[in-house]
Design a protein around this ligand. Structure first.
Ligand SMILES: [Zn+2]
Length: 389
């Protein structure tokens, strides 16, 4: 047993404050403090970089995954071949997952990549933001990440982002048995997919939380037997909204008769549509059509600025149309079939809210997801046991 202290951070994707309120038994007896956390506008592609840099997307530059940039598109070579795939085959989820993995390799991406339902013929219009593994590089858009800072200090750091969630706990247990990390970060990703597929009241979700409860208690017990003190923090990036209704926005835009790639470019996320315009008539017609859609609204520059998601070069869209919470753009470039849960709505919606729980008092300044790891760091130490699976 060492006399060291371990800071153990367990991130659980999409474990929102509202879900925690419904499952108050979670880590009961171990956790002594809990708090809602204000999220960052966008998807995990915006939230996670914000968590690990402690900055908003406008500062670190990571917001959505795909952005209009035909000149730099890494998909130009592969897209014409993909178009040759017969439609029904290309639409199969499993086939698209294989294609995503192949494209990731061809394009040399090391970060998270998913092609979702983006039409192959539109891929050459887009570039992709998260080309590199954001946990492995030391800074994002010139902003140092907490891991970059710890690596610079040669701090004994353990990061687990690759295995299954249960595998991450196993790998953590090995790390504390055989090494002496002072700071550990486990990135749990499986709850998010279950919430999308089932909604937050599903028994499948409750079962997953029970599994996390067991896994975290096991990890904590193991660490507790080897360290004098273990500071446990479990937190998330955003919540999940149960879907109330789908909305076929793509058909409404296409009914205007404008040409995709000739008059405009659009990227249809599940909760927002982002547009770039190639001429003024297209800008006006799409703009006035969207004004009539009552299930969402165009975000003003002032609103985007207030959310830290305004980009003066309009990299992620010249016009961003956000759906009301619970309304799903369907079909979208994220999927063809409606799902039961979605995130990426306005951060002010209660279901957007993230959470933090801790086996000790949560500092008063921690109120937003950008506050959790901000300024974290441990004393410089020559031993380094970084394990990257
Ligand atoms: Zn998700």
């Amino acid at each position: 047993m060492t006399d060291d202290k371990l800071e153990l951070y367990i991130f659980i994707d999409a474990f929102g404050w509202e879900l925690l309120k419904r499952n108050q038994w979670f880590l009961e007896g171990l956790i002594t403090d809990r708090k809602p956390l204000e999220t960052v506008f966008g998807y995990s592609s915006a939230c996670v970089p914000s968590i690990i840099t402690g900055e908003y997307p406008a500062a670190h530059g990571y917001w959505s995954s795909f952005y209009y940039s035909p000149r730099t598109s890494p998909f130009r070579t592969a897209a014409p071949w993909l178009k040759l795939l017969p439609g029904p085959l290309a639409e199969r989820g499993r086939i698209r997952r294989y294609i995503s993995a192949a494209l990731k390799k061809i394009c040399g991406f090391s970060g998270y990549f998913n092609l979702y339902n983006v039409p192959f013929e539109y891929l050459p219009y887009f570039d992709y933001q998260e080309k590199e593994d954001i946990f492995a590089i030391d800074s994002l858009g010139g902003r140092q990440t907490v891991f970059g800072a710890l690596r610079e200090q040669k701090a004994p750091l353990f990061i687990e982002t690759r295995h299954s969630d249960a595998g991450k706990i196993e790998s953590f247990i090995k790390a504390v048995r055989h090494g002496r990390p002072g700071f550990a970060y486990l990135h749990m990703g499986e709850l998010d997919a279950l919430l999308h597929a089932n909604g937050k009241t599903s028994g499948i979700v409750t079962k997953k939380l029970r599994e996390y409860d067991n896994l975290i208690r096991t990890a904590y017990r193991e660490a507790g037997s080897r360290y004098k003190a273990v500071e446990l923090t479990v937190f998330s990036d955003h919540g999940m909204k149960d879907i109330e209704a789908p909305h076929d926005l793509v058909s409404e835009v296409e009914a205007l008769g404008l040409g995709y790639g000739k008059d405009y470019i659009a990227f249809y996320d599940a909760t927002m549509a982002r547009f770039w315009f190639l001429n003024d008539p297209a800008r006006n017609r799409i703009g006035s059509m969207l004004d009539r859609v009552k299930t969402g609204s165009v975000l003003s520059d002032a609103e985007l600025k207030s959310m830290g998601a305004y980009f003066p070069d309009h990299k992620y869209g010249e016009l961003i149309f956000l759906m009301k919470p619970g309304i799903l753009i369907n079909p979208s470039f994220m999927g063809r079939k409606p799902v039961f849960g979605m995130h990426g709505y306005h951060p002010s919606d209660p279901d957007s809210c993230a959470m933090i729980i801790k086996n000790g008092p949560i500092p008063a300044h921690v109120n937003k997801i950008t506050d959790v790891l901000k300024g974290r760091g441990i004393k410089a130490d020559s031993r380094c046991c970084a394990m990257k699976a």
